[in-house]
Design a protein around this ligand. Structure first.
Ligand code: NAD
Length: 411
């Protein structure tokens, strides 16, 4: 069920939170669906001269704490439930890191790898034309997600500005640097996860010689691999949609990144050595950085890691989560672990609003402060309620969002 219906996972998680803090009924009712959900059809004239119509969505879950905020995913498996779920998780995420934003998410059903550059640009611009009335720096601010990138954000911002007849760089984040993007944004998600991973390592007393496995080697996965490798962690297994590479002595990440850029996959990387126990089941720290539901009950039973850092959104099913808790594995939940991306997106917006841009060090210092503080606040909730870090995160997020809803007189 959960595999095809991520929003059911959101509702199950809310039920779990209810067992801990008893969310007032009126507030809970508001959390059962997004505040607004839009489905659009986007016609694109393809290179063969024929028009193809793509389906896109935008889910605006909750804006009690500020304008909606959330990425746009281009993927063949995008569906209503997934977009709704991701928009709820964005709401909790912005609340956890305590930035003044709400939660949204968008998606288009498309295998973008099969489109030419021209078709991709037309689709990206068409999506913005279809939803632009719901967007704006103080309404809803999209960003990149799976298979969307700064180039696409640049097209999207340009399309929005053409429709508005004015510059509005704060309408979208994750833009290229030369049109209002922020330094650090490119690797912010991974950097934020790195900071909380290090907090977890301290709590568990793990050393830098810990072994690490990373599932997914895209934007998020490859940057955290680099950060960890540079810090001396041993990354023994990495995978992407085509397969995996293993080296029990530690993969050479710089060379693997080069290889992936050239070959579009990690598969076939020559530096392999499988003597020893260093697969996903054996590593000390596991980092899912691909798509939802990649760790199910069966996998959870096999995992021996001491810590899992959810760089992807929703990679562990609720059933698997219970098993991992019983096995005393520390799970740093997605809504904290990957919140570095949205935090620097927020910094990008602030810089756009001031039309004044910060240096890399200033951004890293600000990001670290927020991530470490959020980890501590969630750790306190975990201790107070004798629960998981995930539930601690949900409790903190829901208290903050509920507080804003009450202050606005919605409930
Ligand atoms: P991406 O498209 O750059 O990379 C996705 C990676 O996952 C690719 O390497 C792909 O080959 C791999 N993959 C797909 N299916 C796989 C499978 N079955 N097994 C192993 N690998 C598989 O996307 P991304 O931006 O890195 O996002 C990855 C995850 O991180 C998503 O859940 C996304 O929502 C989350 N996330 C990303 C950001 C960000 O700023 N990039 C921010 C927050 C959350």
């Amino acid at each position: 069920m959960s595999k095809h219906d991520p929003f059911q996972n959101v509702l199950k998680q809310l039920n779990e939170v209810n067992k801990i803090i008893d969310i007032p009924e009126d507030i809970n009712t508001c959390f059962l669906s997004p505040q607004r959900f839009l489905e659009v059809s986007i016609p694109v004239k393809m290179d063969n001269g024929k028009v193809k119509v793509f389906t896109g969505y935008r889910s605006q879950y909750n804006d009690a704490r500020g304008p909606y905020k959330g990425g746009i995913r281009f993927h063949p498996d995008v569906n209503r439930s997934e977009v709704k779920a991701l928009s709820a998780w964005m709401t909790w995420k912005t609340a956890i890191v305590n930035i003044p934003l709400g939660g949204a998410k968008g998606g288009v059903i498309v295998d973008s790898k099969k489109l030419s550059d021209r078709e991709l640009e037309h689709l990206s611009r068409g999506y913005i034309r279809a939803i632009y009335k719901l967007l704006g720096p103080s309404i809803d601010i999209p960003a990149p997600d799976v298979y969307t990138d700064p180039r696409i954000m640049g097209w999207m911002m340009d399309e929005f500005e053409k429709l508005e007849g004015a510059h509005a760089p704060g309408v979208i984040t994750g833009k290229p640097l030369n049109i209002g993007g922020s330094k650090v944004r490119e690797y912010a998600t991974a950097q934020g996860a790195f900071y909380v991973l290090e907090e977890g390592v301290k709590k568990l007393g793990l050393g830098k010689n810990a072994t690490v496995g990373i599932e997914g080697f895209g934007n998020a996965g490859s940057f955290i691999a680099k950060l960890l490798a540079d810090e001396g962690y041993k990354i023994t297994v990495v995978s992407d949609s085509k397969g995996k590479v293993i080296n029990c002595n530690g993969l050479n990440i710089d060379r693997l990144i080069e290889y992936k850029n050239k070959n579009k996959t990690v598969v076939g990387f020559e530096d392999q050595n499988e003597t020893g126990r260093c697969s996903y089941e054996d590593v000390d720290i596991l980092i899912p950085a691909a798509l939802e539901d990649s760790i199910n009950e069966n996998e959870a039973k096999k995992i021996k890691a001491k810590m899992i850092v959810e760089l992807a959104n929703g990679p562990i099913t609720p059933e698997a989560d219970k098993i991992l808790f019983e096995k005393n594995i520390l799970v740093v939940p997605d809504i904290l672990a990957n919140a570095g991306g949205v935090t620097v997106s927020y910094f990008e917006q602030v810089q756009n609003a001031y039309n004044y841009y910060w240096e890399e060090k200033e951004i890293l210092d600000k990001l670290k402060k927020i991530m470490v503080k959020s980890f501590d606040e969630i750790w306190q909730k975990k201790k107070k309620y004798n629960t998981t870090l995930r539930m601690g995160a949900y409790v903190l997020a829901i208290e903050r969002v509920s507080g804003a809803m009450k202050a606005r007189g919605w409930v």
